[in-house]
Design a protein. Structure first.
Lengths: 121, 505, 138
């Protein structure tokens, strides 16, 4: 299972990196979303996979018995999914707005903020 | 007593909420914004005072004890940073009164400013890496919205670059935090400081350290990762640029400082300091060369931010107590001077109607006092003796010589010359030479017509920060004492661990 | 494109989905669910209504401006941190009321916090949906 997840994480990173390097802003935002998912899945995987043993203290015992599923990585992922959702949704609105205002979705044409004034002429 | 350290986070969120509920009354927004930032300044000074007298304060949020729950920690470094943030928040609140147009004010400009400050304060005060990520995101989201508020094409274009690179760095942060948790089993900074030297997976930890360096490198705009900064910082209104320039990159520097003096201190990552040394040289040189060719005032100043970050990174890489103290003093000096220069560039734009230095001139002739106000932070930034920048650079360079990094010291001195040159470029072009559009063609009638109140609230922050620049220079020692104490605290990790894990409050 | 089947169905689905979202909100403490999912389901309900009946109809049926929903949510969440201070415990500590309420279950500040998250997520999602929809007309 860990191996499979590792492959998926790798594939997501590869796809995300490829898409982020594209010129179209639509692909860039998809790339960013992929990278976010890849990071989340990676936290999930490196937090060690333990199946079917929630971290509850068994009745009568004082402390947890090994093995148990670590709840913290899941809490982290949940938080980062929520944050990622907000940020990515904002980015989507921004990119759409930029497309409508600037009239292009090609990143190579969005150069006016990087140039010296005389080059712009 | 330690409960007080949650106030710098609570104040802004409460202020922002009240503002959103009373969204129609912009006048109330303005007053509340100034009041909230002023009280934040007072609270942060109280925190600084009590940290000085009582040592490190820590607060376990939610009553969960240290390595498990989220800890807020105010040590000397954090409290100095919070004071600087509150100071810049307060001055920007005043400056915004005079410069932000009503449309933006209606579109939640002030609540966003408060949320930005909340994120910044949270990032400074947290003692947990994942929590740091959350505060970074709070800060980023509010900065995204502030950046595009108004929605001019240039702003949107700058924002795309800013948003993309920052999201990228956030995902790197997340991955790094995940791997770190996988190897160390904790994300509490104090706990990490304790556990990391005992861990086996050295190679993995080096990877994590480099990932964190990349993340914070993007936020701090160090050498190969700075391109978003000059592409976006000149697009929003100048009050927003000023608070971004003063604070946002410094949060990145703060994080680098915290991570590579408190958490990653073992031998396996000492190569990071070599990397930082090389990067700092490139950051200084590339930043200042970028600044020298610019004629747009705000772009020129934006490139300067990068170059100045280089000095801070250089001092951090040297790692001696003196260097760390110097880095911290440099950060504070830079926050004050840089923000002030942005305020001034806004005023110049108001007077002359252009950002392009070639098109304007003759300000000194009509407003000699304004010339003086400009010279204080400009010369301060370049490092001319009685001002703050001289001491900041002196300490950093002395630390460099002590540790025998002569080449880098040479670079730093050369860059300082170029800094002076580009500051003088603004002076010559904007203030000294005659206005190319003809004598007496002061199209500042618009400015003259603005009400005195508005003029006053834009000038007060400039005078305040200018005064501080002079103060830092003339009464260097008492200020440096704070930085020195912070440096010792940082390098003596056990203090920090003890305050967080030992003392439960 | 207006579809009478979808428009009719969405009216009933809206109510059902909203009820489901409240259900998710309350069961979230010990079982899968919670404020975030609840808020998303509620937002999805309005999104469906908007797809079927257009943006104006959706705006009228939401009644409040999304930004005010966000503010209300944030306010509730922040308010949930305060009882701990009154009781004298550390900031943000969970405070529970001893007697439970039928259907809702245990009542305490975490529930209040979840309620805040619910409205926050609902508000933010609506805000985004509306602003994406508005610009289509540009």
């Amino acid at each position: 299972m860990t191996f499979l997840l590792a492959v998926i994480v790798g594939a997501l990173y590869a796809a995300g990196t490829y898409l982020v390097l594209r010129r179209s802003i639509v692909k860039v935002i998809f790339g960013l979303i992929f990278l976010g998912h890849a990071a989340n899945l990676m936290i999930f995987t490196v937090g060690r996979l333990t199946k079917g043993v929630p971290a509850f203290v068994p009745e009568g015992a004082e402390i947890l018995t090994e093995p148990f599923a670590d709840p913290l990585p899941q809490a982290l992922i949940l938080t980062s999914i929520v944050i990622g959702f907000g940020v990515q949704a904002f980015a989507l609105v921004l990119f759409k707005r930029a497309y409508l205002t600037l009239g292009t979705e090609d990143l190579d044409k969005m150069r006016s903020t990087d140039q010296l004034p005389e080059e712009r002429l | 007593m330690s409960k007080i350290i949650m106030l710098p986070i609570l104040f802004p969120v409460c202020a922002a909420l009240i503002m959103i509920f009373f969204r129609r009354s912009v006048a109330m927004h303005r007053i509340l914004n100034v009041a909230a930032t002023a009280s934040m300044l007072v609270v942060s000074l109280v925190i600084l005072g009590s940290v000085r007298s009582e040592g490190i304060l820590s607060l376990q949020v939610g009553g969960w004890e240290a390595p498990f729950g989220i800890t807020l920690v105010a040590d000397m470094l954090s409290s100095i940073m919070v004071v600087s943030a509150a100071l810049i928040g307060f001055t920007t609140a005043l400056y915004s009164l005079g410069t932000i147009d009503e449309e933006r004010e209606h579109f939640f400009y002030y609540p966003l400013l408060q949320l930005l400050l909340m994120g910044i304060n949270g990032a400074f005060l947290t003692g947990d890496i994942f929590n740091l990520y959350v505060w970074f995101e709070v800060m980023l989201i509010s900065s995204f919205v502030l950046l595009v508020l108004g929605g001019r094409p240039q702003q949107l274009e700058g924002a795309i670059k800013y948003v993309t690179l920052n999201l990228l760095s956030s995902s790197v942060f997340l991955a790094a935090a995940g791997i770190l948790y996988g190897t160390a089993g904790t994300l509490n900074m104090a706990d990490l400081a304790m556990r990391i030297p005992l861990l086996d997976h050295r190679e993995l930890l080096s990877v994590v350290a480099v990932l964190f360096l990349i993340t914070f490198g993007v936020k701090a705009a160090i050498f190969p990762l700075f391109f978003w900064l000059p592409a976006s910082y000149h697009t929003p209104p100048v009050a927003v640029s000023a608070i971004f320039a003063g604070l946002l990159t410094k949060v990145g520097v703060y994080a680098i400082m915290r991570f590579f003096t408190t958490i990653f201190t073992h031998d396996g990552v000492s190569f990071i300091h070599q990397v930082l040394l090389v990067l700092s040289a490139f950051t200084m040189v590339v930043g200042v060369l970028g600044a020298v060719v610019q004629y747009d005032m705000r772009k020129l100043l934006s490139f300067h931010i990068i170059s100045q970050i280089g000095y801070m990174i250089f001092a951090l890489a040297v790692q001696s107590p003196l260097a760390i103290a110097g880095a911290l003093f440099y950060i504070v000096h830079n926050i004050v001077a840089k923000t002030n220069l942005f305020y001034l560039s806004g005023l110049v734009h108001r007077l002359k109607g252009s950002w392009d230095l070639r098109e304007i001139g003759g300000i000194y002739r009509f407003y000699p006092m304004l010339g003086l106000l400009f010279l204080v932070p400009a010369l301060g930034l370049a490092g001319i003796p009685p001002l703050s920048g001289f001491w900041a650079k002196y300490v950093v360079i002395k630390a460099g010589i002590d540790s025998e990094h002569y080449l880098l010291v040479g670079v730093a001195l050369g860059v300082s010359m170029l800094t002076l040159f580009s500051m003088m470029k603004i002076w010559n072009e904007g203030f000294w030479k005659n206005d190319p559009r003809g004598e007496g063609s002061v199209e500042d009638e618009g400015y003259l017509r603005t009400p005195t109140m508005k003029k006053a609230v834009t000038l007060v922050p400039i005078i305040m920060l200018g005064f501080l620049t002079v103060m830092f220079g003339l009464w260097f020692e008492p200020f440096f004492e704070f930085a020195d104490r912070a440096a010792y605290e940082l390098l003596d990790v056990y203090n920090y661990i003890d305050a967080v894990i030992g003392g439960r409050s | 494109m207006y579809s009478i089947i979808l428009a009719t169905a969405s009216r009933y689905l809206l109510l059902l989905l909203l009820m489901f979202s409240v259900f998710l909100l309350f069961r979230g403490h010990n079982e899968p669910g919670g404020g975030f999912v609840g808020g998303l389901v509620a937002a999805a309900a309005y999104a469906l209504y908007f797809i079927a009946n257009g943006i104006e109809a959706a705006r009228t049926i939401v009644r409040f401006e999304p930004i005010m929903i966000i503010a209300a949510g944030l306010c509730t969440a922040v308010a949930s941190t305060l009882p701990s201070l009154v009781v004298g415990k550390s900031f943000m500590t969970a405070v529970w009321v001893d007697t439970g309420i039928p259907f809702v279950g245990k009542v305490g500040t975490p529930l209040l916090f979840d309620l805040g998250v619910y409205f926050l997520v609902l508000g933010i999602t609506l805000c985004i949906i509306f602003s994406l929809a508005e610009e289509d007309r540009l």
